[in-house]
Design a protein. Structure first.
Ligand SMILES: [Zn+2]
Length: 162
């Protein structure tokens, strides 16, 4: 990835709203606010959200739902994945398997996830510290603390502790 400056960064950040919208949809459905969107050249390829509650599937995280909806792509080199929270080990493996080069994360204040693993394997990550995402997650944590922790079982928290 070349050096990013000024408006380049704005362009990179802009499509984040696709992922946040997905987290909000999931929340409205009574699920865990966890959204993802895969973008190429600023255009949305696919988006998805956590369906743990909706489908009773603990593995149905936002990233998995989104990448499943994308279908098979020949090339991921020019894509950016937007996620509202840091990927868990399973989601991180799915990202690495496809060699998605850039992952933009909404907020990492509630869990660190596998950002370190992604970086160590050559995937660039950018954390937005997005206040809307933080508010959405904080509210969900307050109302459904057990559901949030169950969904992130085995995922490093913001201090790096599993
Ligand atoms: Zn996951």
């Amino acid at each position: 990835m070349p050096i990013l400056r000024g408006r380049d960064v704005d362009k990179l950040i802009e499509p984040y709203h696709f992922a946040l919208e997905q987290a909000e949809i999931g929340r409205r459905e009574g699920g865990v606010p966890d959204g993802a969107a895969l973008v190429r050249g600023g255009s949305l390829l696919a988006a998805g959200h956590n369906r743990r509650v909706q489908q009773g599937d603990p593995a149905a995280h936002g990233v998995i739902d989104c990448l499943g909806a994308v279908g098979v792509q020949e090339e991921y080199a020019d894509t950016v994945l937007y996620v509202t929270r840091p990927p868990c080990p399973v989601c991180a493996e799915a990202i690495l398997e496809r060699t998605i080069p850039v992952v933009v994360v909404g907020d990492d204040s509630f869990c660190a996830g596998e950002i370190g693993l992604l970086n160590s394997r050559g995937t660039k990550t950018l954390v937005l510290e997005d206040s809307r995402t933080r508010k959405l997650v904080a509210e969900f944590q307050r109302l459904c603390p057990r559901l949030w922790s169950a969904d992130l079982e085995g995922v490093p928290d913001s201090t790096g502790t599993v």
